[in-house]
Design a protein around this ligand. Structure first.
Ligand code: SAM
Ligand code: SF4
Length: 330
């Protein structure tokens, strides 16, 4: 397939992340404010518009799509979107990021839609800490969802954990053993300065260098060449089926290989997670319901403004970008 999405730094974009909703059944402290106001429904792309966009992107060379949010599985009629995406043969890799709360009901549907890889967020195995971090989440529901997804059988299930100092960092080994016991991969994600929080991120954030040191002292880690084109570096734990990923967004090393862009639930095309640079696709989708060309042109032209790199700096008072991750889509 020809690719039309090559940016000003010669990076080929073949991966999009689509946030299908800003709503969520959790309120993770690092991701949203407690009293967050969600968008009115009319300001959010319809599922038909999301499917149309996915089809347009695949004609431009995108082969990998991750559905995210907010919590994608709480979007009403989400099954119909997966059903429609499953018919697009240009999508080689259809993946999902979820908090796991709805997997008990949705895992089978996802499997049938051809989703092969799922990322599930899990920040704590302690019910009280889990509640503190998600504000309203239920740990048992998530663990049952993970085990159910394992039974349904996906090619890859990866856990994602944001470690926060003095909140859940004492669980680093418990979480790793949980992953080993189930043969899952586990990535630790450094907290990013996205959106304003009621605590100081520089107090809670922990660098992956510190996490690596602790893991290396307690597990037999082997360097791997495994790469996803993203900011993660992977180590396998000897004599297990588990790989540990360390996602270090504060390092700029990965920006030169960046292959992704993000579409928010409002149809904003964000060209970098850590920058405000964007174009608006919703007005074009609504102005040209039967003609994809203006939308294709806008997407191709956006390649000229994809930033070279993000500018995360936790020591700054203000967040790097005002919007929370739940808005952009993680
Ligand atoms: N609700 C789903 C979930 O929690 O997996 C999908 C959306 S969530 C925004 C995607 C990922 O972003 C989660 O793994 C979450 O932990 C992570 N995330 C959210 N805010 C973050 C932040 N400020 N820094 C680092 N990771 C963050
Ligand atoms: Fe919801 Fe995911 Fe954000 Fe937590 S990280 S509040 S589960 S969108």
């Amino acid at each position: 397939m020809t690719t039309n999405l090559i940016d000003q730094f010669n990076r080929t974009i073949n991966y999009i992340r689509i946030s299908v909703t800003d709503r969520c059944d959790f309120r993770c402290i690092y991701c949203m404010s407690e009293k967050i106001k969600f968008l009115p429904r009319n300001d959010v792309l319809t599922l038909e518009e999301i499917n149309r966009l996915a089809n347009i992107f695949t004609t431009l060379g995108v082969t990998k799509i991750r559905i995210t949010g907010g919590e994608p599985l709480v979007r009403k009629n989400i099954d119909s979107l997966f059903h429609n995406l499953s018919k697009n043969k240009n999508i080689v890799d259809l993946t999902l990021t979820t908090n796991g709360s709805q997997l008990i009901h949705k895992a089978q549907m996802l499997k049938e839609a051809g989703v092969k890889r799922i990322n599930i967020s899990l920040d704590s195995l302690n019910p009280l800490t889990f509640k503190k971090m998600t504000r309203i989440g239920n740990l048992d529901q998530v663990v049952n969802g993970i085990d159910h997804a394992l039974n349904v059988g996906f090619d890859k299930i990866k856990l994602n954990t944001v470690l926060m100092r003095d909140i859940n960092d004492s669980e680093i080994f418990d979480l790793t053993n949980f992953a080993i016991k189930r043969g899952l991969d586990l990535s630790f994600i450094e907290e990013m300065p996205l959106g304003a929080t009621n605590y100081e991120r520089k107090i809670t954030s922990i660098s992956n260098d510190e996490i690596f040191k602790k893991l290396d002292e307690n597990f037999d880690l082997e360097d791997t060449l495994y790469k996803t084109g993203g900011p993660a570096k992977y180590w396998s734990i000897k004599n297990t089926n588990t790989k540990i990923g360390l996602i270090s967004p504060h390092s700029h090393n990965f920006c030169s290989d960046c292959n992704r862009i993000r579409i928010s639930c409002k149809g904003e095309l964000f060209l970098c997670l850590g920058q405000e640079t964007k174009i608006e696709l919703m007005p074009l989708l609504r102005l040209f319901p039967n003609n994809d060309d203006p939308i294709k042109d806008a997407i191709i032209n956006s390649m000229k403004i994809k930033p070279k790199s993000h500018e995360f700096d936790l020591s700054k008072e203000k967040p790097a970008v005002i919007r929370f991750m739940s808005h952009t889509g993680g």
